[in-house]
Design a binder for this molecule. Structure first.
Ligand SMILES: *[C@@H]1O[C@H](CO)[C@@H](O)[C@H](O)[C@H]1NC(C)=O
Ligand SMILES: *[C@@H]1O[C@H](CO)[C@@H](O)[C@H](O)[C@H]1NC(C)=O
Ligand SMILES: *[C@@H]1O[C@H](CO)[C@@H](O)[C@H](O)[C@H]1NC(C)=O
Ligand SMILES: *[C@@H]1O[C@H](CO)[C@@H](O)[C@H](O)[C@H]1NC(C)=O
Ligand SMILES: *[C@@H]1O[C@H](CO)[C@@H](O)[C@H](O)[C@H]1NC(C)=O
Length: 554
């Protein structure tokens, strides 16, 4: 067999590797001038010796012609939607009669695996497909990490439940539907992605390549820069996204991954609470209390119902919320959870609403500190849209990173940033996506009526239909939530030249931009003229006072 021998400089030692003739050096990352960078998948993992030679040493890769980039978001007749959560099992619901379609997995608030939300944000006659008469110019993606284990972050704390510590003690006896508790063990880790949580960003990456890959042809000179945070699950998320988007091992040499420090006191637009002392202050606690008060109400009858099956321990509302939360965490980690079967449809709606309350008051429209935290990313978006480098650094932006074109390029046709749930909620608040807040503050004593649910949880004084709920965390920032800004050029009446527009898709649902100055005019496809959007976003930036909101008196 005809082979060529190349001297390869790997990180640790030079290797003489037989390269099959069909594989040209370019495909191996040939950079010219006698320097070869092999995207060597054997470099850092597994045993690599004569028993386990790497694929390049073994050779025989077969034909390797790759295809052209896809642009399904523009060329397919309909958008691919995400409605699947393989391989985790949708729980069954107890004591439910009315609605066989009810899927508890969609009622886990920020712990919901992401799915396409359809017209949840109020624009029923459009889709993620590039609108007719428009061409795609640019795309900006801001996405959340995939499904994770529990975090001891405020707001997601299970330490208030005494139940885990009594399970297994001699005096504790559970029976009936709770019998499994007698031998239950906590199998969950902390903070990092679950196996399913790796699948979500990987799939998001594959999907993003299929939908938007064609934009890669428009990169000039430098490789794309994608950004994430230093935290482990953020690193895992971004590398899984990259593996899906670029392929393995191509992702090793196809782009630059920026890891922005996520730690107290550091500036990071993707983790802005780290340099915003008021982020977890009084306003944040309002969300925790609202969710707590609501839980007391919606679980009032659940606690005694489940207590019947427990001897030797007195259940509290916090224990039962912990059980519901554990259903979600076990499902996304272990594929299935016995806890899920314990609850009714109404109880799941109640659980979801507790998450909505904690986000509304903790990280979104109900929190006066939320916009300040989201505004740094909005400034970056404006910089990328206008190609004007930021010069003032008085928000969560990091001057060192954003003052140069290596770590903060402004000429990319595609941007990918990874972040957290709270930050997506901050950003939609900073962007004035006020249709999501259309019906005002969320009450903590009943669920505002919506299209799907009847008024189920009311105190007598609120036993009337009030309004439609427009703020639902599962639609806004589930695991792997993704906010996409599409910049498109569209034919407009009265002009011969196409004009640039922008629109936003949140989890595939088009968001009306009518809350932002200069974008108020209703548009069927959620489009706003790009220059109007920039004008509105700049006004929004000037009306948010980061220093006061984050560092002033809370
Ligand atoms: C969460 O739990 C830890 C102990 O496990 C505790 O130190 C921390 O204060 C708790 N946070 C909140 C907001 O309750
Ligand atoms: C900005 O980022 C650089 C590079 O990661 C880091 O060294 C520096 O500490 C950061 N500054 C702040 C204020 O976060
Ligand atoms: C209910 O709200 C009040 C303040 O609004 C708070 O002090 C109290 O702790 C809340 N109850 C629960 C169970 O969270
Ligand atoms: C970090 O943010 C603070 C608050 O906005 C700002 O004063 C400081 O200059 C920033 N530092 C860097 C390196 O960007
Ligand atoms: C953002 O929304 C708020 C609340 O509706 C409004 O007062 C403000 O003027 C809006 N700002 C911009 C720039 O649209």
């Amino acid at each position: 067999m005809l082979t060529r021998f190349l001297l390869l400089c790997s990180l640790s030692f030079p290797l003489i590797v037989a390269i099959p003739a069909g594989l040209v050096p370019d495909q191996l990352g040939f950079t010219g001038h006698g320097v070869f960078q092999i995207p060597d998948p054997t470099a850092s993992f597994g045993r690599h010796d004569s028993y386990f030679p790497g694929p390049s040493e073994v050779g025989f890769p077969g034909p390797t012609a790759t295809g052209s980039e896809a642009a399904a978001i523009a060329t397919a007749p309909a958008a691919a939607l995400n409605l699947d959560t393989y391989p985790i099992i949708a729980p069954s619901v107890r004591y439910s009669g009315s609605n066989p379609e009810f899927n508890p997995m969609r009622y886990w608030g920020s712990l919901t695996p992401w799915f396409s939300v359809g017209d949840a944000f109020g624009l029923p006659n459009t889709s993620p497909q590039v609108p007719d008469g428009c061409e795609l110019d640019q795309v900006h993606l801001l996405h959340r990490h995939g499904a994770r284990y529990r975090t001891p972050m405020p707001g997601a704390n299970d330490s208030d439940s005494g139940l885990p510590s009594v399970i297994g003690r001699p005096h504790f006896k559970a029976s009936g539907p709770l019998q499994f508790l007698n031998t239950w063990k906590d199998l969950l880790g902390e903070e990092i992605l679950t196996p399913f949580g790796r699948d979500e960003p990987f799939n998001l990456g594959v999907g993003f390549r299929v939908k938007y890959g064609e934009l890669l042809n428009r990169f000039k000179r430098h490789l794309p820069v994608f950004r994430t945070c230093s935290q482990e699950r953020m690193v895992q998320t971004s590398l899984n996204f990259a593996a899906g988007f670029w392929g393995i091992p191509e992702y090793l040499t196809s782009y630059h991954q920026l890891y922005i420090i996520e730690a107290p006191g550091f500036n990071n637009t993707l983790a802005p609470y780290m340099n915003c002392p008021n982020a977890f202050g009084k306003h944040f606690l309002t969300g925790i209390y609202a969710a707590g008060n609501w839980s007391e109400l919606y679980l009032a009858e659940t606690v005694p119902r489940l207590q019947e099956y427990i001897k030797g321990y007195t259940l509290t509302v916090k224990d039962v919320s912990w059980m519901q939360e554990t259903c979600a965490y076990e499902t996304v980690a272990l594929g299935y959870s016995k806890f899920c079967e314990l609850f009714t449809e109404d109880e799941w709606r109640g659980y979801e609403y507790a998450s909505d309350l904690s986000f509304w008051y903790g990280f979104a429209f109900g929190n006066p500190v939320a916009a300040a935290q989201g505004i740094g990313w909005v400034q970056e978006l404006v910089a990328r849209l206008t190609k004007e480098r930021p010069t003032v650094f008085d928000t969560s932006m990091n001057r060192t990173l954003n003052s140069n074109k290596i770590t903060f390029p402004l000429d990319q046709p595609m941007y990918v940033d990874a972040t957290h749930d709270a930050v997506i909620a901050n950003v939609i608040t900073a962007l004035n996506f006020t249709t999501l807040a259309a019906n005002g503050p969320l009450p903590s004593d009943h669920i505002p009526i919506d299209q799907e649910s009847c008024l189920r949880f009311t105190t007598p004084s609120h036993a009337h239909v009030s309004y439609v709920q427009t703020f639902r965390v599962r639609d806004i920032t589930p695991f792997s939530a993704n906010l996409v800004a599409q910049v498109v050029s569209c034919a407009t009446s009265g002009r011969t030249k196409k004009m640039p527009f922008i629109r936003f898709l949140l989890n595939d649902g088009v968001v009306p931009l009518t809350g932002l100055a200069h974008c108020e005019k209703h548009n069927r496809d959620g489009l706003c003229l790009l220059e109007d959007f920039i004008k509105g976003a700049k006004e929004r930036i000037s009306e948010v006072d980061f220093t006061q909101d984050c560092f002033g008196r809370d």
